[in-house]
Design a protein around this ligand. Structure first.
Ligand code: CDP
Length: 212
């Protein structure tokens, strides 16, 4: 696999991967892909045809039919989309159907990608891997604030319970479970603001990738 400047950012829900990855990509002049959107969009496609996101046949055919424009849908967030994404994501055939899209995305210029299995499965040879996490309570608080800012009604205890369940499902599944790659830098952002997380991540990446 190539030694292109690929930055793999994995971790559980609402750990701050997206904010961090987006800023790193802008700073490093690399394309950015939020791979969670792929699973969210597949989940949505299944739901809108009245299907069950945990049914392998429906989910795989939705994954094969996925188009880049699906990632721009405005219904990819919220509890229903979260649950549908986690269901389709546990299906091996769905993950296989989305593999080439993720690898092709980084083929020309490298990329910053965030998800659950970027450093373990999609780009096991990525030169820079980060595993970003935070306590469950802090992650639930961040997601709750995000939902409220979008005008979505949310109860913090429910957000935390849903998140605990989704993390457990992501970590326990047989297909590409959520786990840190052996060579990933662990970044616990429980006590860090976005700026501190960014500086720590950038300092690590500089040790792995030659940046101009
Ligand atoms: O934003 P949040 O961290 O809550 O979720 P996300 O990154 O958008 O991912 C949504 C769901 O998609 C996760 O709970 C996983 O089940 C799945 N996912 C995955 O399996 N592999 C990835 N590379 C990205 C997401």
């Amino acid at each position: 696999m190539s030694m292109k400047p690929i930055v793999a950012i994995d971790g559980p829900a609402a750990a701050g991967k997206g904010t961090l990855a987006r800023r790193l990509a802008a700073t490093l002049h690399l394309p950015y892909l939020d791979t969670g959107l792929l699973y969210r969009a597949v989940g949505r496609r299944v739901l809108e045809t009245g299907g069950d996101p945990s049914d392998a046949v429906s989910a795989e055919s939705a994954a094969r039919a996925l188009e880049p424009a699906d990632l721009d849908r405005n219904d990819l967030r919220g509890p229903q989309a979260d649950a549908a994404a986690a269901s389709v994501a546990s299906i091996t055939g769905v993950r296989a159907a989305l593999l080439d899209f993720q690898r092709d995305f980084a083929v020309r210029d490298g990329a910053v990608l965030d998800g659950r299995d970027i450093g373990t499965v999609i780009f096991p040879n990525a030169p820079a891997k980060l595993f970003v996490t935070a306590s469950l309570a802090e992650r639930a608080r961040r997601r709750w604030l995000e939902l409220r800012a979008k005008g979505m009604e949310a109860d913090i205890a429910t957000v935390e319970a849903d998140m605990r369940q989704r993390d457990a499902k992501d970590a326990a599944r047989a297909a590409a479970p959520l786990k840190a790659a052996a060579d990933a830098c662990l970044l616990d952002t429980s006590e860090m603001d976005a700026e501190a997380a960014f500086q720590a991540a950038l300092a690590f990446i500089r040790t792995r990738i030659d940046l101009i």
